[in-house]
Design a protein around this ligand. Structure first.
Ligand code: FES
Ligand code: FE
Length: 435
């Protein structure tokens, strides 16, 4: 009933605070969203060698993501089929086999059961082939980014990414070599509901002028505030959303302010004419792959007096831990075919702004945690509806761009919350879907 009311109110640009901290809702989300949708797990460059593995999660289940002996990728539930214990004790490493700490059942890194201690006395007659690790039903790789779906009937990743696939393709295709990870992912826990973070990256550019004002004051962010709001919100289908700060009129190609020597390494032939047109005018790109994978490319300066703004790319998962907590997984990436100096410079710009103690990163959890706390208030959850009306008919200056030449439905300028409404429209559709 809460969800049906939510669906109806959404058309009026109204959402329910209660949805951001509710046990029953969270359990349905695990089932109908995280167990159905494509979830990002890891990047190929995190497991470059045979036998490399990382431990990752989808919803509240843990998976081993491994590279097997034939260079193939496996995504396997980290649950021993003997008595259910966790098998993998490290968050990453290299191993040809995994051995369960409880009774020592041993699996190859492709999941096959190959060892059962005291086989003769205990198990002669057991068909080991039937008792390997459980694989995620669907695994697909998009430009090196490994996704899995726990729904064997899920539509293909590419199709399910809908319009956002086109925009990501534009970013990842700029260089033939694609992107690689810089360092290990940072992880930290914040007491926020996952949807609040996803909402923010879907299209909340509005908060920059207030919450992140200090980054403008000290010159970390140098694209003028009002200028930066010039751009588009794009509802990319299936709940995915992306937003560009853009200057299509610029004479000089912008390419996110990558320095000339990097732009020279771009193979612009990889892009369609339209992708090229967009990349050329782009200053900032931020988006959310529904449900909980967000990304952001923009130029920032770690040290405004001495270092010019340097493009960085952060990619993050808002991993739900409970109804009111997430573990933030935060990766930084850079184009592979760039100098070590440039990678270092980008990493530094990224760490000092969107790292754990970054000038931007420290700001957002403050309101996010308060929203989640408030959503747990007995009176507040009964009585609070929230406003998500920016840019609706008759509200502000945002207008739909009727002849938008790229995928999705676009609005200009970015004073607009249609992206968030788009996310929630698909959210509630997933939540109300019958099996
Ligand atoms: Fe894993 Fe027994 S639970 S070997
Ligand atoms: Fe922010």
């Amino acid at each position: 009933a809460l969800l049906e009311k939510f669906r109806d109110n959404l058309e009026l640009g109204i959402t329910d605070l209660a949805l951001l901290n509710d046990e029953e809702v969270y359990q349905v989300e695990l089932e109908k969203i995280f167990n159905k949708r494509w979830n990002y797990l890891a990047h190929m460059s995190e497991i470059p060698n045979k036998g490399d593995y990382v431990l990752r999660s989808i919803g509240n289940d843990t998976f081993i993501v491994s590279r097997g002996e034939k260079d193939e990728i496996h995504v396997m539930l980290d649950v021993c089929p003997h008595r259910g214990a966790s098998i993998c004790r490290a968050s990453q490493g290299n191993s040809s086999h995994f051995r369960c700490p409880y009774h020592g059942w041993t699996f190859k890194n492709n999941g096959e059961l190959v060892g059962t201690p005291a086989y003769k006395e205990a198990y002669s007659g057991l068909n080991r082939k039937e008792w390997g690790l459980t694989h995620a039903p669907r695994v697909e790789v998009f430009h090196g980014f490994i996704f899995a779906s726990l729904d064997k009937d899920a539509t293909d990743l590419k199709e399910s990414l809908a319009g956002i696939g086109w925009y990501l393709d534009m970013i990842f295709s700029l260089q033939d070599e694609g992107m690689e990870v810089l360092g290990e992912p940072q992880r930290f826990i914040i007491k926020s509901n996952w949807k609040t973070a996803a909402e923010n990256f879907s299209g909340d550019d509005y908060h920059l002028m207030y919450l992140h004002a200090s980054t403008y004051d000290i010159g970390v962010m140098q694209i003028p505030l009002k200028e930066n709001m010039k751009g588009y919100h794009i509802q990319a289908g299936n709940g995915h959303a992306v937003s560009f700060s853009i200057d299509m009129e610029s004479d000089a190609p912008l390419f996110f302010f990558y320095p000339e020597e990097i732009v020279k390494t771009f193979n612009l032939q990889n892009l369609s004419q339209k992708q090229l047109e967009l990349a050329r005018g782009s200053r900032v790109c931020v988006g959310n792959i529904f449900p909980n994978t967000s990304f952001l490319m923009l130029p920032l300066s770690p040290d405004p007096k001495n270092v010019p703004p340097t493009p960085l790319f952060t990619w993050r998962v808002w991993q739900p831990i409970s109804k009111d907590e997430i573990e933030v997984w935060n990766w930084f990436f850079m184009y592979k075919n760039t100098s070590d100096e440039f990678k270092q410079a980008s990493y530094q710009a990224a760490m000092s702004t969107f790292g754990i103690a970054g000038t931007f990163e420290l700001d957002d959890p403050v309101p996010w945690e308060s929203i989640t706390k408030n959503a747990g208030g007995t009176f507040a959850k009964k009585s609070m509806k929230l406003n998500l009306q920016m840019g609706m008919e008759g509200m502000g200056t945002a207008k739909q761009v009727m002849d938008w030449p790229f995928p999705g439905i676009a609005y200009y300028p970015r004073f607009e919350e249609g992206n968030q409404r788009h996310m929630y429209r698909h959210y509630v559709e997933d939540m109300l879907k019958d099996e």
